[in-house]
Write a protein that binds this ligand. Sequence first.
Ligand code: NAD
Ligand code: 89V
Length: 340
Amino acid sequence: MAAPLRGALIGCGFFAANHLHAWRDLDDTAIVALCDTDPARLAATGAAFGISALYEDAGKMLATERPDFVDIATTVGSHRALVELAARHRVPAICQKPFAATPQDAEAMVAAMDAAGVPLMVHENFRWQAPILAVREVLRAGRIGTPFWGRVSFRSAYDVFAGQPYLAEGERFIIEDLGIHILDIARCLFGEVARVTARTRRVNPAIRGEDVATMLLDHADGMTAIVDCSYATRLETEPFPETLVEIDGTAGSLRLAQGYRLTVVDAHGAETRSVAPPLLPWAAHPWHGIQHSVLAIQRHWVECLRSGRAPDTSGHDNLRTLALVRASYQSAATGAPQPA
Ligand code: NAD
Ligand code: 89V
């Protein structure tokens, strides 16, 4: 058996504990060092996960520890500098979403890692959620024929701002933070998008950015899809963080409904089953589906690193999702459809 991969993590904030728990679940990987510019967060995370190599400077950590990979779990403002740092040290890197603040940054980050000859994966975990994997499997098996219409929907009134206060402060909010996941799922299920028409609005007066967005996607193969997101939707049972999916195909249909219920109508009739994500020992409702997908994407990264295969959500792949985000904001601002 190969020696365990030695990883280092940068950014010990709100979400990083999920990364660290998932790394602990992977037998052939060990996080050997942590970095955060905030000494209190760094010390607390080191103590919680039994990691004693602690750094406030990421460059010093990479130079000293020479890890097999680095996991960047900071917010977007630091991503370009940290990915370029990884490239200078020729260390394979995972970078949390949103990958980059601008298309120029994203292109530069991908180019830097390409030039260094090391892999780069964006931590775009939503397409790795168990219910979404179940939908992908129905499509892959051809059970509903060729999809011609789809909807990927995330509507909630969950208070995301309590855990992630920075989400209330940005000029942009829901497409950049959450819609990016839902647009990525649409790409993953339905293929590349040629044109986007978007509408946004802000309902919650306590935040700066938009909290409702609707995108009409014209896919390259002629399929039509709707991606809709809201953090201003009060429902009888709060669905956070479930992504709902509807797909009509030439031979049937599927519906991924609230409560992780997947109904497939195909040549044999209708079948409904639960596709609920498992509750990992360290996970908690309602985040458990996201937490399970963190383990899934990190397992994928290890498999890719060991085999030399490009990750499904490589930096190159994520440029297409970022292009959709950009085109959505441009369409919302101008009112006109935009090429994606
Ligand atoms: P956070 O602000 O709670 O934590 C970020 C940490 O990074 C902070 O402790 C900060 O001190 C540290 N940091 C910033 N710049 C640094 C640098 N240059 N060197 C070392 N440390 C640095 O943020 P968060 O809520 O944990 O979010 C982190 C990222 O994860 C965001 O991009 C967010 O969008 C993403 N996120 C993803 C998911 C998902 O399901 N994929 C869920 C939640 C958050
Ligand atoms: O995935 C995320 O980035 C989170 C949340 C699911 C709350 O939108 O910010």
